[in-house]
Design a protein around this ligand. Sequence first.
Ligand code: DAH
Length: 341
Amino acid sequence: MLDILKQVHTEALAKLKTAEGEQELETLRQEIFGKNGRLTAILRTMGQLSAEERAEIGRLVNAAKQELEALLGDRLALIRAAARERLFAAEALDVTEPGLVPLPAGALHPMTQTYRTIRDTLVGMGFSMFDGPEIELDDYNFTLLNLPKDHPARDMQDTFYIDENVVLRTHTSPLEARALQTLKPPFRLIMPGRVFRVDEVDASHSPVFMQMEGFVVDKNLNMANLKGTLDSFIHALFGEDVKTRLRPSYFPFTEPSAELDMSCTICGGTGCRVCKGTGWIELLGCGMTNPHELENCGLDPKEWSAFAFGLGVDRMTSLKYGITDIRLEYENDARFLRQFQ
Ligand code: DAH
């Protein structure tokens, strides 16, 4: 019996050293300790032994059992560790590597591109941003801008009224009044935003559109300062070659008022369908801020002067990219927008 025990022990040790994988190890465990295992068989026949032999053999069997169990445990831990290492190696991921499929890059909306060109030029000249509400008091949208309740020029803009005193702002000009009331002059501001007018949607109208107001308050400003400011971003947007001119116009909040025209970018000024044969294209409204507006907002017009301009970001975009239907700029059809990537 001692020989059998030795043999089982030696063989088990040898198999243990080479066992690969949990399955193989489990089979080996069954072979030794299982119901029909070899060690179990030895224990089962111990009843036939004498008392002294039983004590002696029993001690040896137990020692072998303990040793083999410990070794099985060690081997199992080793196998599991190796398996984990293999898994880690196989799953290793370099997160800095470029992906296999290139991600589709988004594009800036053409209006955003237009707006940013203008903004960046003016910010480079010391302008800052100023913002305000889209739902606006009648006072700011009209009255403070020299458009009292009965003023005929109110009809220039078809207004969404919320109640008698509250409107959806029809232009970004109310921000001028808000700036005058809250900021200490001198200042130069860009004030972009959504504006609203009662209009049916068609190729050139939208009830919601995007404007940008420029507003400069300082001492001794004149029309040349205004023209120089306008030229700076018109050239940045349409190129150095375009010519500009100021044409007299009327706005209640400016005196004198003007519209800025640009030489036609299609025909270069000789006259074509786009400029209706005139060689010029209307860009925006502007002027020296009316002293009434400064006074209404608490500034002394004898001490301070100001100029302003207001432009349609959509219109500038149409002219820049030759877009003939304004709806394309507001409907956000990805097929259209992708062209501006
Ligand atoms: N607010 C005018 C509009 O929406 C545009 C405008 C004209 C703004 C002249 C100005 C300006 O600041 O000086 O029609």
